[in-house]
Design a binder for this molecule. Structure first.
Ligand code: SF4
Ligand code: SF4
Length: 207
């Protein structure tokens, strides 16, 4: 009899615990039912990449001086700079340039250190391919400028979630032309200049 009662007790305890867990799960579900959906209907809608997004690298063939700085600063020596020395002009002539984006880690070191600024990062992130060898971009492929999300007539651009104004949870209602939360680097520079101007007369009056 005692054995039977203890089994019934265990069963009741487990039932209560299961009910508690189901309640916890449903409370999350009901909580989400009162929120607005923030799903991005890709590829018809796309988020606008953030200002410092490091996407596929763009290359300007005519600006490259074949110095190979990009190769030396790359953590995996990835860029391939194919050049030949011109004895008459005593300069290097660039023949081909390529970066394998299947291997690149998009650190943008090469972009930072290139002395002629012929490399730049773009906001292109759609690099999916069936064969990873297709990701080995030559100078022609790297010279192509990507379509901006905001210029693509086939796409509704949406403000990145991190840039939504305070209290807004739905990126669909914020036009892409609306100012972003936070300050642009040029605004910060302007403020710093004004601050410096204000401090200079104060410092000279003390002297
Ligand atoms: S982004 Fe980084 S990993 Fe890619 S090529 Fe440039 S330096 Fe190398
Ligand atoms: S650092 Fe710039 S200029 Fe020099 S080889 Fe690389 S891409 Fe060309």
């Amino acid at each position: 009899m005692l054995n039977f009662l203890s089994k019934v007790g265990d069963y009741a305890k487990e039932t209560l615990q299961a009910a508690k867990y189901i309640g916890q799960g449903l409370s999350v579900t009901f909580d989400h039912m009162s929120r607005r959906p923030i799903t991005v209907q890709y590829p018809y809608e796309k988020l606008i990449p953030s200002e410092r997004f490091r996407g596929r690298i763009h290359f300007e063939f005519d600006k490259c001086i074949s110095c190979e700085v990009c190769v030396r600063v790359c953590p995996i020596n990835l860029p391939v700079v194919d050049w030949e020395f011109n004895k008459e002009t005593k300069k290097k002539n660039l023949k081909h340039y390529s970066i394998d984006f299947g291997v690149c880690i998009f650190c943008a070191n090469c972009v930072e250190y290139c002395p002629t600024n012929c490399l730049s990062v773009t906001e292109e992130y759609e690099l999916a391919a069936y064969d990873r060898h297709e990701l080995n971009f030559d100078n022609v492929a790297m010279g192509r400028l990507p379509y901006k999300v905001t210029d693509d007539p086939m796409v509704s651009p949406m403000r990145e979630l991190a840039y939504l104004p305070k209290g807004v949870v739905d990126p669909h209602v914020v036009p892409h032309t609306a100012p972003r939360a936070g300050k642009h680097p040029e605004d910060i520079l302007q403020e710093l200049e004004k601050q410096a101007e204000r401090q200079t007369p104060e410092a000279s009056s003390k002297n």
